[in-house]
Every structure is written in structure tokens, then in C-alpha cells.
Design a protein around this ligand. Structure first.
Ligand code: IPM
Ligand code: MG
Length: 371
């Protein structure tokens, strides 16, 4: 009997989800065994898989299981199978957005770091990406993704020809306390790193952004004056992330900007398959790769499980305070990469064919490297 047991709610979801989450569990089990900790995994449905089983992308049973667990490990949701022209049809992504909201996970941390061994996988020049080590702090439960939206037909949608045409809107709303609490998360993160925050907005156009900037500065001046703070417009940020990625430390922004910029930041590293994330609130937290469900390669056993494995590492740090064990996972991943092992997505022309691994083989390599 292990001296400690943690209950992990496991949500494989869709596409490559079931394949990569198996590797995350494998690595957690191995780390746990060494630390005299047992992880009990309970699988539950979310996303398209849940729609298929019961018509609901976030079944109540899944939510209850998540709420009563010590942490949630999620893989990915979505796929063309659930694309529908019916705007009222359930969508897999509603499962993900729904669980973020229900668990109150307003902070999403997405670390972006260059592994020396993978410097060649980036599309940017080595001298540009040298030293890149940032964390994106994305607001996760507000803004456009949760605002009121509607699609309808009326005269205005028609234009000149007169017959009713379609109209649609989404609303972007933030409340002051939502900006305040995410700003605090960013400043706290910066204090543990290089003490610099870049706050991203679109103040020259959006009212929410003008409030965002004002609130971020107030929180800074009142509570975090020791942290360096810079403001950057989102379009300029998109450019500077490519131009001078190593200058960033903590980047804080609202939900949609963060969604877009985190994919861009991931590409700096060369593979979205390397990017882990932690979604935190005031209760149970959730850990998932930042990549999607990659339906095009699902079921082939070739997906990169490293983002999932690194997300399991973040779970140890943020949910269970097992910082040392999390470090062992990170070191193991780095060692595997340094030894030249690759999944297809991070291989390049110089990778020998026998060093290109499948999903489960990569998980095994990481477990080996833990030893
Ligand atoms: C992400 C994803 C999700 C998001 C989708 C799948 C709803 O793109 O985690 O970045 O937009 O948040
Ligand atoms: Mg995204």
C-alpha cells in the first residue's frame, strides 16, 4: 500500500486524446511508485465521445467526478465528426468550455520553452529563439468565449435584395474583478521568474481593453510595483513574439487573444505537441496539452504524448505540491530529447528512422529516463 492515494479524474476526450492520455497516466504511475504515492485514475467522458454516448458534451456524471477528484487530467476534444450546420447541435468544445467554467478555472498557464535538442524544429532561426522561456497567462472563463451570442435571420442581414438574411453576434465582456484576479496571477508568476509582465490588449479599439489596461496598472501600482510591467497591443504582440521571443517572461491577456497567441508561441518551439498547460481556479484544477485532438492522425499511434506528459508534470506541481517529482518528469523529457528520440512531428531530416517513435514508445522512453 502506498502511503498516499490521489484520485485523478481522467478525461481522454476525442481524436488522439485516448492515446496520449495513456502515456500521461503511465508516467504519473511510474513517478508515483517511486514517491510512495498511488494515483487512482477514473476515466470519464467529455466532448465528442460524450455526445456520442449520451448527447451531452459534459455529462453531469463527469462534472461530479471532476469536482470530487484531487485533479483532472484532460487530453483533447473535438473533430470533424461533430461539425454540424445546425447551430443548436451540441459541440465537443462546449464540454471543454463548460468544465473550465464549472470548475472556475480562470487562470490558464501555458509555459513556452525551447529545448536545446529541438532548436532545429522551430521555423525561426536559432539565434532568434535562443533563451526563449516564457509563460502565457490566459484568462480562461470570460470574454468572447462566454459572452452572449446569437444567430438569427432578419431584414438587416439581407443587404440590398430584401429577403431576410443571417445575422450573428458574440459579446466581449469583462468584469473588473476578473481582470484583477488574472493580473494578480500574472504578477505572482513573474515574481517566481524574471519579474516581468507584458500585458496584452487592444486598447486603441476596445472598451474592455481600456478597462483591462487600467485595472492591470492599478493592481500593479498598489500591490506589485516591484514587478516590471509593459503594455503591448495584441497585433504588435503577434509580431514581437516572432521578432524577439526571448524578451518575454510572463504574458497576460484575455481569453481569445490568449488562445491565438498561445498557438503562435507554441510554434516558436517547433511543435504544438510540446506545449503543456495548467488551468487553475480556487478549487480542483485541470491539466491538458494546449494542442488539439489532431483527428487526422488519431488511432495511428504516432501522436506526440510529450505535452500530455508535461501537463501531468504540471499537475504534480500545482495540484499536489509534488514539485520535486514534477522536476523529474521535466528532466526525463529533456533527457529523452537529448538522446535523440523523436515523435514524427518533432523529427527532422537528420533524425535517423529508428529514432522516430510511436506514442506509446515515447511514453516508455520517458518512464525509462525517470529511472
Ligand atoms: C485551447 C483550445 C480550446 C480553446 C478549444 C478546443 C475550445 O483551442 O485550449 O486553446 O479555444 O480554448
Ligand atoms: Mg487554442
Amino acid at each position: 500500500m502506498a502511503s498516499k492515494t490521489y484520485r485523478i479524474c481522467s478525461l481522454p476526450g476525442d481524436g488522439i486524446g485516448p492515446e496520449i492520455i495513456a502515456e500521461g497516466k503511465k508516467v504519473l504511475a511510474a513517478v508515483g511508485a517511486k514517491a510512495d504515492v498511488e494515483f487512482v485514475f477514473e476515466d470519464h467522458l467529455i466532448g465528442g465521445a460524450a455526445i456520442d454516448a449520451c448527447g451531452n458534451p459534459l455529462p453531469q456524471e463527469t462534472l461530479d467526478a471532476a469536482l470530487s477528484s484531487d485533479a483532472v487530467l484532460l487530453a483533447s476534444v473535438g473533430g470533424p465528426k461533430w461539425d454540424s450546420t445546425d447551430p443548436n447541435a451540441p459541440r465537443p468544445e462546449q464540454g471543454l468550455l463548460g468544465i473550465r467554467k464549472a470548475l472556475g478555472l480562470y487562470t490558464n498557464l501555458r509555459p513556452v520553452k525551447i529545448y536545446d535538442a529541438l532548436a532545429g524544429a522551430s521555423t525561426l532561426r536559432p539565434e532568434v529563439i535562443k533563451g526563449v522561456d516564457m509563460v502565457l497567462v490566459r484568462e480562461l472563463t470570460g470574454g468572447l468565449y462566454f459572452g452572449r451570442r446569437e444567430r438569427f435571420y432578419d431584414e438587416e442581414g439581407a443587404g440590398a435584395n430584401g429577403a431576410p438574411g443571417q445575422r450573428a453576434y458574440d459579446t466581449l465582456e469583462y468584469r473588473e474583478y476578473e481582470v484583477e484576479r488574472i493580473a494578480r496571477q500574472a504578477f505572482e508568476a513573474a515574481r517566481k521568474r524574471k519579474n516581468k509582465v507584458t500585458s496584452v490588449d487592444k486598447r486603441n479599439v476596445l472598451e474592455t481593453s481600456r478597462m483591462w489596461r487600467e485595472v492591470v496598472h492599478r493592481v500593479h501600482d498598489e500591490e506589485y510595483a516591484d514587478v516590471e510591467l509593459e503594455d503591448l497591443l495584441v497585433d504588435n504582440t503577434a509580431m514581437q513574439l516572432i521578432n524577439r521571443p526571448a524578451d518575454f517572461d510572463v504574458v497576460v491577456t484575455e481569453n481569445m487573444f490568449g488562445d491565438i497567441l498561445s498557438d503562435e508561441a507554441a510554434q516558436i518551439t517547433g511543435s504544438l505537441g510540446m506545449l503543456a498547460s495548467a488551468s487553475l481556479g480556487d478549487g480542483v484544477s485541470l491539466f491538458e496539452p494546449s494542442a488539439g485532438s489532431a483527428p487526422d492522425i488519431a488511432g495511428q499511434g504516432i501522436a506526440n504524448p510529450l505535452a500530455q506528459i508535461l501537463s501531468a508534470g504540471m499537475l504534480l506541481t500545482y495540484a499536489l505540491d509534488m514539485v520535486e517529482e514534477a522536476g523529474r518528469i521535466e528532466d526525463a523529457v529533456e533527457r529523452v530529447l537529448n538522446d535523440g528520440w523523436r515523435t514524427r512531428d518533432i523529427a527532422d531530416a537528420s533524425t535517423p528512422a529508428d529514432h522516430i517513435l510511436g506514442t506509446a514508445e515515447m511514453g516508455d522512453k520517458v518512464v525509462e529516463a525517470l529511472a
